[in-house]
Ligand binder design. Structure first.
Ligand code: URA
Length: 210
């Protein structure tokens, strides 16, 4: 495994992942589970936020306590399935800003192309966490990482619920400084670039489009 990949083995995360994989899980529950899983993943991905000591007056005495010191975050969902994770991540860090990135696969070159990018103006002062439930070929994630590097994001992490070995290899080798958080690494991609066994089309299941 790669140094920059962290697999979240927490029982709550693994339980939710099983429900997400289940084809009988309907859209409403699927959406809720994606958001809840993103919240739990975000807890892990923010483990290194710096703290500073402060003094707090409790009803009884003064306590030396800690608060997060000045780090600014941005969540960057990749359209469209990443949107399902944004609400869950924001519930944990409500002061974060949200940027959006959209990519499509050029039918001629089969390359992933950036068609939409709207990032916080001060992205160069923010640590960016990219959200995409499925890391399949890794092409969209790499487009998003390239865009965030171009705009000078302070640091970049990637949160994906399921990764393929191919996607992980691509991102981890091209961008070894990007920490990748995922809940499972599945077997392979099929001929349509879906993750097997995976959970199907995350966007369709979140938005009920199929
Ligand atoms: N995107 C999905 O939604 N599912 C996959 O399996 C691969 C990419």
């Amino acid at each position: 495994m790669y140094n920059n990949v962290k697999i979240i083995e927490h029982p709550l995360v693994q339980h939710k992942l099983s429900l997400l994989r289940d084809k009988t899980t309907g859209s409403k529950e699927f959406r809720e589970l994606i958001a809840e899983t993103a919240t739990l993943m975000c807890y892990e991905a923010t483990r290194d936020l710096p703290l500073k000591e402060v003094e707090i007056s409790t009803p009884l005495a003064t306590a030396k306590s800690k608060i997060i010191s000045g780090r600014k975050l941005a969540f960057i969902p990749i359209l469209r399935a990443g949107l399902g994770m944004a609400e869950g991540a924001m519930s944990l860090v409500p002061a974060a800003k949200i940027g959006h990135i959209g990519t499509f696969r050029d039918p001629k070159t089969l390359e992933s192309v950036l068609y939409y990018s709207k990032l916080p103006e001060d992205i160069n002062e923010r640590d960016a966490i990219i959200l995409d439930p499925m890391l399949a070929t890794g092409a969209s994630a790499c487009v998003a990482i390239d865009e965030l590097k171009k705009k000078d994001a302070k640091s970049i992490k990637l949160m994906c619920i399921i990764a393929s070995p191919e996607g992980l290899e691509k991102v981890a080798t091209l961008h070894p400084e990007v920490e990748i958080y995922c809940c499972a690494v599945d077997e392979r991609l099929d001929e349509h670039k879906y993750i097997i066994p995976g959970l199907g089309d995350a966007g369709d299941r979140i938005f009920g489009t199929r």
